[in-house]
Design a binder for this molecule. Structure first.
Ligand code: GLU
Length: 471
């Protein structure tokens, strides 16, 4: 396959899946195309008084459901093709996990490490202002979220700018998700993508037939894991995989990689990184020789959790993992993906696996529209109902239930527990949907990525069908 761009790779995956469906070609053309792209160039003042022109994009790939949804990334590698590719992936991702949004993505072409906090604030607020001016943001229009290089702080600047411009809009806070909890965010959003990756892989490694085919034991316990990228997603993957009994044997970061065949202590790595700014030198870890790429280490599960195109034609033959968990968007090129599939490597695709972020964004958006915290109405009521039932059991059986036992058993759900449980249900249901579709389409010849694209195409096509636009 010739060297093709990121958006062309997504379209290549789309076309392969589309050829397995019976949809009208004109409908497929509509599902594939990116509906709108807005290109921005705006000035900001640097701290030294100089003016700099910042380039940014926002793409809305599919408006079959509104609002459109997707993160905003800050990276020097941002370009129009990348933003379109990521917006397309968002449309398919939302469909796969049954989140009722169209797909969008934004990008600001900066290396965030070169800017002070005050400069980053000026860039973010100005971008939010420009998006608002072009009607490219709003609770029912297009709702950004964090992505590579952005987080809750940037989202709070966007929400505040949008609110200032739309001060009569009751639902203004729903214009962006991934906000700090005090500013309309939801408990559980920060860890959502990493936790979603964990839930998705947990489902995959618990299917006996699939593990037998890979020659791996069932379950998460003892599996060796290599993680590339220790940002928000990579860190939370490492944390949840370890808590479930897997061993994170190596972590790669831009300034160096660390390893420990017995398993790294994730809390210590995180602590060390907070103190020194780097994972290198963490207690109980060795730095990996710079000539050796962590991606190429033998392991059960390889988790690329940073940017796209890290497993390519160039290094694919040296990849030794049995399972690739695409926590990032587009980490494996289309050509490399085909080679790995031929070799029997299981790729759990991005459009399903990293959907935890947007799933919990959906919960946050619902919370903002309803103006009430999840669990507020029912928590106490549930606790009292559980207590009444337990007291009945006590009376009927003569077993004494202590106050401590009552407290544990009759516990009503908090917001974060509801969010985690909604996320678990979403990821688990979606995994079994795409796995079943793969079998129906003719596994082993069909990979999970193709099955997930067919799933997305069918779901989005049915929206147009229901609107009577296409047959
Ligand atoms: N940036 C994340 C993604 O790529 C989250 C998007 C969102 O929450 O809207 O899925």
């Amino acid at each position: 396959m010739p060297n093709i761009s990121f958006a062309e790779q997504v379209n290549h995956n789309f076309d392969r899946a589309a050829s397995l469906t019976n949809h009208d070609p004109s409908l497929l053309a509509q599902l594939r195309v990116c509906n709108f792209v807005c290109r921005f160039a705006f000035p900001i003042e640097r701290d030294n008084g100089k003016i700099e022109v910042i380039r940014a994009w926002r793409a809305q790939h599919s408006n079959h459901k509104l609002p459109t949804k997707g993160g905003i990334r800050f990276s020097n590698d941002v370009n129009e093709d990348e933003v379109i590719a990521l917006a397309s992936l968002m449309s398919y991702k939302c469909a796969i996990v049954n989140v009722p949004f169209g797909g969008a993505k934004g990008g600001v072409k900066i290396d965030r490490r070169q800017y002070s906090d005050a400069e980053l604030e000026r860039i973010t607020r100005r971008f939010a202002f420009e998006l608002s001016r072009k009607n490219f943001i709003g609770p029912g229009i297009d709702v950004p979220a964090p992505d590579f290089g952005t987080g809750a702080r940037e989202m709070s600047w966007i929400a505040d700018t949008y609110q200032a411009l739309n001060n009569e809009e009751l639902n203004a806070l729903a214009c962006v998700t991934g906000k700090p909890v005090a500013l309309g965010g939801i408990r559980g959003r920060t860890e959502a993508t990493g936790l979603g990756v964990f839930y998705g892989i947990r489902e995959a490694v618990n299917v006996a037939e699939d593990m037998k085919q890979l020659g791996l034991p069932l379950g998460m316990e003892g599996k060796s894991v290599v993680i590339q990228g220790f940002g928000n997603v990579g860190y939370h993957c490492a944390k949840f995989f370890t808590a479930a009994g897997a061993k994170v044997i190596a972590i790669a970061e831009w300034d160096g990689s660390i390893h420990n065949p017995a398993g790294l202590n994730i809390a210590e790595v995180d602590e060390h990184r907070k103190e020194t700014g780097s994972i290198v030198g963490s207690p109980d870890s060795k730095q990996l020789d710079p000539s050796c790429d962590a991606l190429e280490l033998p392991c059960d599960i390889l988790v690329p959790a940073a940017l796209e195109n890290v497993i390519t034609d160039e290094n694919v033959d040296r990849i030794q993992a049995s399972i690739i968990a695409e926590a990032a968007n587009g980490p494996v090129t289309a050509a490399a993906s085909e080679k790995l599939f031929q070799r029997g490597v299981m790729i759990v695709p991005d459009a399903f696996l990293n959907a935890g972020g947007v799933t919990v964004s959906y919960f946050e958006w619902l919370k903002n529209l309803s103006h009430v915290r999840f669990g507020r109405m029912e928590k106490r009521y549930e606790e009292n109902a559980f207590r009444r039932v337990l007291k009945l059991v006590e009376g009927a059986t003569g077993t004494v239930i202590t106050e401590e036992q009552l407290r544990v058993a009759a516990h009503g759900a908090e917001e974060q527990e509801l969010v985690h449980s909604g996320l678990e249900e979403t990821m688990s249901t979606a995994y079994h949907e795409i796995r079943a579709l793969r079998l129906k389409l003719g596994a082993p010849k069909i990979d999970l990525r193709t099955a997930s694209f067919v799933d997305a195409i069918n779901k989005i096509a049915s929206c147009y069908g229901d609107m009577g636009i296409f047959p």
